[in-house]
Design a protein around this ligand. Sequence first.
Ligand code: ADP
Ligand code: ZN
Length: 515
Amino acid sequence: MVSTETIYNTLTHHFGYDRFREGQEAIITHFLAGKDGLVIMPTGGGKSMCYQLPALLQKGTTLVVSPLIALMKDQVDALKTHGIAAAFFNSSQTEMEQAQILEAVKAHELKLLYVAPESLAWLESVMQPDYISAIAIDEAHCISAWGHDFRPSYQQLGYLKQRLPQVPILALTATADKATRQDILDQLGIGQAKQFVSSFDRPNLFLEVRPADKRLQQITTFIRKQPDSSGIIYCLSRKTTETLADKLVGQGFDAAAYHAGLEFAERAQVQEDFVHDRTKIVCATIAFGMGIDKSNVRWVIHYNMPKNIEGYYQEIGRAGRDGLPSEALLFHSYADVIQLRKFMEGATNEEVQEAKLDRMKQFSEATSCRRKILLTYFGEAREEDCGHCDVCLDPPNFFDATVLAQKALSVVVRTGEKEAMGTVIDVLRGARNANVLDKGYDKVRSYGVGKDVSWRDWQHYLIMMINQGAMEVAYNEHGALKCTEFSKRILFKGDPIQITRPQEGVERKRLALAK
Ligand code: ADP
Ligand code: ZN
């Protein structure tokens, strides 16, 4: 048994902290007692501590399996600067270097050894309980096809428990719903292991979703409110990160692009500049942020829809790690949903991915407290609304929209149920653009019946109709809007439909609250 005193001494001497974060101490005690476990802790919660500290109190080496080869070196360097004997083992090294590492393990000279799952086979000669005291599996959701980032190379990890039945395994991840958690444990051969689930609530994050129109303008207005703060704008494509960064720079903002296609040195530079507040805004693909440690990120914007709630949560989690008020703004776009579905086609777990995207869509379209939806997703039940998201601040105000819906549906029908939202709105508003005129839509009977409603409000109404099943989006037909049974009842029988007014009061109410 390792005493509590020893554990605290190690915390102070090696890591320079005087107390544990939520969950850490219980996990460390459990792991040091030689038991398997699963840790679900939000990004930035302090997962690494849960195996790094125990590693220092063991005779042998703690093996850390991690998929992020690019980050291993940084992690190991950071440990070394704390005077902790650590190394990584991967295919980028020479045979000589690898042999030296194995020798160090055998001599009990290494406390932590980071390894990619692909390279595990090369460690066969040290796979003995005398050399390997404990095993940590980082990003453990990668083992499950139910997770959001399934990696085939993780599937071999069940071998570890078979090979070293006495050695405790600690699986860690920031994101796994209930089904995924059990699947992770089963696949690792530790089905009965204790699960440590931290709270996922980030009360200092203000959650907001807006329709994705005039995004650039919305973003610049948003940034100008807090001109000196740091933020990340997540985009779906490399190209968007670059064009968006260029446009922001063109308007005098301090922005840079970051994506996996950049040279290593350039990426490192952007990251460095951001961490040291020399660059305020990074327009990035999801590759950015993993492993960076910056506590004063004040906002995260999703220029595009994330493909699932796990990813969204992880990305917004990079804001406000210092606990100060921070904002998460998501732009909701049907075009993005269509794009994301396309990416998913043919994936081995296509159905799982699509179901996850649907949940993301539901979150974006929610008319009830967003934080509640988010926490429920991660299995944390909440009774109370949070009072600190856009929906709570500006609760939807339902009204009878039967006539509006009939107008919209008649345009959908008369344009042959083959047009996407943009064209339908153009026809409703009597637009005279080439697309509308070329197709002769200015001659359909309902042309212009919705002139008195703004483009943006129509967009909101149509989204609300879709959410209620009053029309549907054919994702496999470029997002064409189609009628449903409910549409027909609205159109032909005058069945009523209630929808909400566009949320325009959020900003105003926040200002009032701040006073
Ligand atoms: P995660 O892997 O869960 O995203 P990390 O392990 O990278 O998070 O930890 C996030 C940050 O929290 C790191 O800077 C780490 O040093 C810090 N940290 C971890 N544990 C503590 C603690 N007990 N007290 C203060 N800071 C801590
Ligand atoms: Zn809320």
